[in-house]
Design a protein around this ligand. Structure first.
Ligand SMILES: CC(=O)SCCNC(=O)CCNC(=O)[C@H](O)C(C)(C)COP(=O)(O)OP(=O)(O)OC[C@H]1O[C@@H](n2cnc3c(N)ncnc32)[C@H](O)[C@@H]1OP(=O)(O)O
Ligand SMILES: N[C@@H](CCO)C(=O)O
Length: 402
């Protein structure tokens, strides 16, 4: 099939995020440990009211909600919980079965489940959707107290704000200390923040394809993607929601995703996979398209149907401001605070979060709890290998979880 980025796609950004997944949280209360048997409803999305969040940027998000899913059973001392933290555009749906609001299987089916590395027969797995996101947690497309989408008024959020939101969820679930906190990419930033800010609550940590502080190179790519969204005429300053006949910044969002894909996949993979082949019988010189263009279009187009542009801008910005050393005497001083055994994994072909980033993490975290060098996963898939090479990632996590 020949794919083309088109204007007629129904962009997710037209629809307030909460409505993308299901009716926004008439948030069922989260029962306390012991009364609630999470194993009874695997994979069902729930919502926790976490109160007012004061952001590092000086804003307030009143009555914030975190969407989350769980698998397995929390044991009686509440010591078997594993927190799984998704990347930039992931969500709480780590694994199936498909349930309310889920048409698909999860993004880490081979890593989390019965008999898998994060074994749901042993562990109680919790996966929240991050604050500012668009899969049920409060974000720019959510309605404020007056019933209006937040849009441009949604405060800038940081990785620390998001971890504070996760801490409140943990408190509500009765989890004082995680057996493990696991995250890839932006999820790894969250996992690191847990290990640094709340070391007494982290039994072990896994940081996959992540960093301690976002580099100039990464910020540069982020800022271009934000620009791609916000210069779309449909952006309307961020207040584009629910306007009759208005498509929102779908084209800009698709362009941002296409740009992002170049960081997620390696040069080697793109070159070997698509070569200079074209998509149809017409060669590019005479109006046809290269296969790689078509591939990027598919991912860009598809993304507009599942992600809110306002969330995207806020979450990419949160990645850019990530610096675990901010206000803590610098990155090295912050990393010294980690007390949990920590697995640091890099991917050999990752051009977005290169192995040098994980070397900095591994060398900064005390060697009493981490190797001095990261484990490097040899893979040609680039940054996304932490999602794609799930069998090998699972093997690494098994060594951490025991
Ligand atoms: C279930 C989910 O993971 S999505 C929901 C949550 N999202 C996330 O968590 C984000 C993280 N996930 C991701 O980024 C991605 O889903 C990944 C990294 C896991 C995908 O990795 P891969 O499996 O390697 O997918 P890949 O990048 O090769 O894309 C495959 C698609 O491109 C299409 N494609 C391949 N070549 C071309 C081409 N030349 N032209 C057009 N389309 C093409 C394939 O047909 C396929 O489409 P399909 O999904 O309809 O079968
Ligand atoms: N492809 C993943 C990785 C980003 O780090 C995502 O979109 O979330």
């Amino acid at each position: 099939m020949d794919w083309q980025l088109s204007d007629d796609a129904q962009p997710a950004s037209r629809v307030p995020a909460a409505r993308l997944v299901e009716a926004q949280p008439d948030a069922r209360p989260v029962p306390v440990t012991g009364a609630w048997r999470p194993g009874d409803d695997p994979g069902e999305r729930r919502f926790a009211r976490i109160g007012d969040v004061e952001t590092e940027s000086g804003g307030t998000i009143p009555d914030a909600v975190l969407a989350f899913e769980t698998w397995g059973r929390l044991d009686e001392p509440a010591e078997n919980a594993v927190l799984v933290l998704h990347a930039l555009t992931g969500d709480s749906h780590v694994r199936g079965p498909a349930g309310p609001g889920h048409a698909t299987a999860g993004w880490w089916e081979d890593v989390v489940g019965p008999g898998r590395a994060i074994d749901t027969d042993r562990f109680f797995v919790v996966a929240p959707n991050m604050l500012g996101g668009c899969q049920g947690s409060t974000g720019p497309a959510s309605l404020d107290r007056d019933g209006r989408e937040w849009g441009s008024r949604f405060p800038r959020v940081t990785v620390r704000d998001q971890v504070e939101a996760q801490r409140r969820l943990a408190d509500q679930l009765g989890i004082r200390r995680w057996h493990a906190v696991v995250g890839g990419s932006m999820g790894g930033m969250h996992a690191l923040e847990w290990a640094v800010a709340l070391p007494e609550r982290v039994g072990s940590a896994a940081l996959l394809a992540s960093n301690a502080a976002t580099s100039a190179d990464q910020i540069a790519q982020n800022t271009l993607q934000i620009e791609a969204v916000t210069t779309d005429p449909g952006w309307l300053g961020g207040d584009f929601y629910d306007l009759p006949g208005h498509a929102g910044p779908a084209r800009g969002l698709a362009l941002a995703r296409r740009m992002a894909m170049l960081g997620y996949r390696s040069q080697q993979e793109l070159n070997e996979r698509f070569r200079r082949e074209w998509q149809s019988s017409v060669d590019p010189l005479h109006g046809g398209r290269f296969q790689v263009e078509s591939y990027l279009d598919v991912h860009g187009n598809r993304f507009t149907r599942r992600f809110d542009a306002g969330s995207y801008v806020r979450l990419v910005d949160a990645m850019s401001t990530h610096d675990v050393g901010r206000g803590r005497g610098g990155v090295e001083a912050a990393l010294e605070r980690v007390t949990a055994p920590t697995l640091v994994v890099g991917i050999s072909s990752d051009r977005l979060f290169p192995v040098a980033d994980q070397r900095r993490l591994a060398s900064g975290i005390p060697t009493s709890v981490s190797g001095a060098e990261p484990v490097v996963l040899e893979s040609g898939f680039g940054h996304d290998a932490f999602l794609i090479e799930s069998g090998r990632v699972g093997d690494l996590l098994s060594t951490l979880l025991g």
